[in-house]
Design a protein around this ligand. Structure first.
Ligand code: BTN
Length: 331
C-alpha cells in the first residue's frame, strides 16, 4: 500500500494530491490515507500538507534501507549478500577486505558516505553523506585477465540504461565508462582486479552515482562539470530503486556476455556512446592521441582515426571530447 501511495506521488512530483483523490485512486478510505501518510512519515518521508490542497511529498528518508533494497532486488546473485555501512574511507577497500574473508560473486557493499572515495587515474571521488550511491560489487568471472576491461564497458551499459530509465534523460557513455547527462558527468565506474599468474581472481566494480546532490553539494571545481540525477530529473531519486535496477541490468548483461561473448555488449555500448563520431584527445600512458573516435574493436579497445592519418587503438586513458566538432553517428 505504501508502495502504491509513493508511486502515486512519483507520478505527481511537484504537485499536491488531495486526500480525496488519493483515496479514490487507491480505493481506500480517507482515514486509511491519513494513516499511511503517518506511516511513511515515520519511515522518514516528509510531506507538506495543506487543508485545501492535500499532500505534497517534499522529502525522502536519508538512509538506504536494507529491507527496501532487498525487497526491490530481482537478481539471482548480485546484491544478495549485502553490507550497508554508514561511513568508510572507500567501499572498494571494504569489498576487497570482504573477499579476503570469503565474499562470493555478487557481494555488495554500499556506503552512505566515503571519506576517501577514489576515482580512475588516481583521482578522488566526492561522496557526500546520503546524497549518492557509493557502492562496490564483487564479481568472480571466469574470463582471461586481458578481457577484464570488457566488464567495465558492460557495467557502463548497465549503468547508462539504469539512469535513462530513472530520469527519462538521454544519459550517454563517455569512453570507457563515465556516464554523462548533457556534457556533465553524473556517474563513474572504477574496476579493480586481483590476478595471480595471469589468472583473474576477482574484480571489484566500484560505482559512484551523484543522485540527490544539489548544486551547492558539489565542491566549486565540480560545479561546472558535474551534475546529479536530482538536478537533471528535477526530483529526488530513490537510491534503493537505482541500486536494484542497476543490479538487474548488470546481471542480465552479464548472462548475455557469458552466453554470447562481447559482441552484443559492444553493440549496446556503441549505441549509448557519446564518444563515437567525435574528435577526441586521449591521454594515454604512451602520450596523447588525437583524432576521431570510430568504434570499439572486438576486444573493447577504442579505435581512433588519427589526425595525421591511419587508425590507432586505445586501451585506457583519459578522454577529452571536443564538443564543437560533433559528427553525426552512423548508428
Ligand atoms: C571515476 O569516474 O573516476 C570512477 C569513480 C568511482 C567511484 C566509486 S564510489 C564507490 C566506489 N568506491 C570508491 O572509492 N570509488 C568507487
Amino acid at each position: 500500500m505504501n508502495e502504491r501511495l509513493l508511486a502515486l506521488f512519483a507520478e505527481h512530483p511537484d504537485g499536491f494530491l488531495s486526500g480525496e483523490r488519493i483515496s479514490r485512486d487507491l480505493g481506500v478510505s480517507r482515514t486509511a490515507v491519513w494513516k499511511h501518510i503517518q506511516a511513511l512519515k515515520a519511515e522518514g518521508y516528509d510531506f507538506e500538507s495543506s487543508p485545501r490542497k492535500g499532500y505534497r511529498l517534499v522529502g525522502r528518508p536519508e538512509r538506504i534501507r536494507a529491507a527496501v533494497l532487498q525487497a526491490r532486488l530481482t537478481t539471482r546473485r548480485l546484491g544478495r549478500a549485502l553490507r550497508l555501512v554508514d561511513e568508510t574511507p572507500s567501499t572498494q577497500d571494504e569489498a576487497h577486505a570482504w573477499v579476503a574473508q570469503g565474499a562470493s560473486h555478487g557481494a555488495l557493499v554500499v556506503a552512505e558516505a566515503q571519506t576517501a572515495g577514489r576515482g580512475r587515474l588516481g583521482r578522488s571521488w566526492h561522496s557526500p553523506k546520503s546524497k549518492g550511491v557509493w557502492m562496490s560489487l564483487v564479481l568472480k568471472p571466469d574470463i582471461p585477465l586481458p578481457l577484464t576491461p570488457q566488464l567495465t564497458l558492460l557495467a557502463a551499459v548497465a549503468l547508462c540504461r539504469t539512469l535513462r530509465r530513472l530520469t527519462g534523460k538521454e544519459a550517454a557513455i563517455k569512453w570507457p565508462n563515465d556516464i554523462l547527462i548533457g556534457d556533465r558527468k553524473v556517474s563513474g565506474i572504477l574496476m579493480e582486479s586481483s590476478a595471480e599468474d595471469e589468472r583473474l581472481n576477482y574484480v571489484v566494480a566500484g560505482v559512484g552515482v551523484s543522485v540527490n546532490l544539489r548544486r551547492e553539494d558539489f565542491p566549486p571545481e565540480l560545479q561546472t562539470v558535474a551534475t546529479s540525477l536530482l538536478l537533471e530529473a528535477g526530483r529526488p531519486i530513490e537510491r534503493e530503486e537505482l541500486i536494484a535496477l542497476f543490479l538487474e541490468q548488470l546481471e542480465e548483461l552479464y548472462e548475455l556476455y557469458r552466453r554470447e561473448g562481447f559482441s552484443p555488449i559492444r553493440t549496446l555500448w556503441e549505441a549509448l556512446s557519446s564518444t563515437l563520431g567525435r574528435t577526441v584527445s586521449i591521454k594515454t600512458p604512451q602520450g596523447v592521441e588525437k583524432g576521431i573516435a570510430l568504434r570499439l574493436d572486438e576486444t573493447g579497445a577504442l579505435v581512433v582515426r588519427r589526425e595525421e592519418g591511419g587508425e590507432t587503438k586505445v586501451f585506457s586513458g583519459d578522454v577529452r571530447q571536443e564538443t564543437g566538432t560533433f559528427q553525426k553517428k552512423t548508428m
